[in-house]
Design a protein around this ligand. Structure first.
Ligand code: 5GP
Ligand code: ZN
Length: 114
């Protein structure tokens, strides 16, 4: 996906503040943070959304979820609590169509979300 912003971040063709990396996942800080911790966790391989990630093989979705938890540990919010969000599709507010888990924490998060 030549025109995908997050593929460019994976390829190091576009800068990002990387927080954590595994063989198949990358975590970097959101450019417009909505909470003290706001990190995006992506599979390095391009999958458009959570539905596509769920169908990927070899436990890739598991690895994204584990990386999301590891990010919370690294940022020190794992104990107090944090939120993992996959905006999936335009009506949910997805704007970048390379699947990403938002890891949000470091403040009280209200429910329901907007
Ligand atoms: P979505 O709306 O698709 O769920 O989330 C996309 C997220 O990507 C947004 O929170 C937005 O702030 C973030 N974002 C957009 N462009 C960039 C960028 O160039 N770098 C980083 N680090 N985050 C970005
Ligand atoms: Zn991509």
């Amino acid at each position: 996906m030549n025109d995908c912003l997050f593929c460019k971040i994976v390829a190091k063709e576009f800068p990002a503040e990387i927080v954590y990396e595994t063989g198949r996942t990358l975590a970097f800080r959101d450019i417009k943070p909505q909470a003290p911790t706001h990190v995006l966790v992506i599979p390095k391989a391009h999958h458009a959304d959570a539905a596509a990630l769920a169908q990927a093989d070899d436990g890739l979705a598991d690895e994204v979820l584990k990386s999301a938890h590891e990010v919370a540990v690294i940022d020190g919010v794992a104990e107090e609590g944090y939120r993992i969000v996959f905006n999936t599709g335009p009506a949910a507010g997805q704007t970048v169509f390379h699947v990403h888990a938002h890891v949000l924490g470091g403040r009280d998060l209200t429910w329901p979300p907007g």
